[in-house]
Design a protein around this ligand. Structure first.
Ligand SMILES: [Zn+2]
Length: 159
């Protein structure tokens, strides 16, 4: 009977398995951490079930880029608050700039800022509108009060 696997019988097996699955270092480095030989770690690698490996990966492995960005965002926010509290103007400004670009990036990732569908129409310079506007006022020339009311409303819209 072969000797029992040092990994399988290890008191911190869960941590060990997680380190191996998530690539927490070379076999030698992981071995040193858990008091195992490099070869024992390599041998134990095949004892970790595929299901377990998947669970570990899903739980803590590939965190979404957006989660990481949110962490960084919080860091910068703390930096900004700290800089403000200490009256550090230069740091406040650069932290604020960082924060702004982080917000833009987050908004892009979450789809809040979809630049491909963002269309800005400047009504006041649209040829069709200018023509229509002329026609409206021509027709309203007989009704000065109405013309004034329309003009005021349009001014608010076009501004
Ligand atoms: Zn093992």
């Amino acid at each position: 009977m072969p000797p029992p696997c040092g990994g399988c019988t290890h008191p911190r097996r869960a941590e060990l398995d997680a380190d191996i699955v998530m690539g927490g270092g070379t076999y030698a480095a992981i071995g040193a951490k858990y008091g195992l030989l490099k070869d024992a770690v390599r041998r134990h690698r095949s004892h970790i079930s595929k299901a377990l490996a998947r669970v570990i990966n899903e739980e803590a492995g590939p965190r979404r880029a957006i989660d990481r960005l949110e962490d960084i965002y919080k860091e910068i926010k703390y930096t900004l608050e700290d800089a403000r509290a200490k009256g550090n103007g230069a740091l406040s400004v650069s932290a604020a700039k960082e924060l702004r670009s982080m917000i833009e990036l987050l908004a892009k990732l979450t789809g809040e800022l979809d630049e491909s569908t963002k269309v800005v129409i400047n009504l006041a310079t649209l040829p069709d509108w200018i023509q229509a506007r002329g026609a409206i006022f021509e027709a309203l020339s007989l009704f000065p009060d109405a013309a004034l009311a329309v003009a005021n409303r349009l001014q608010a819209i076009e501004a």
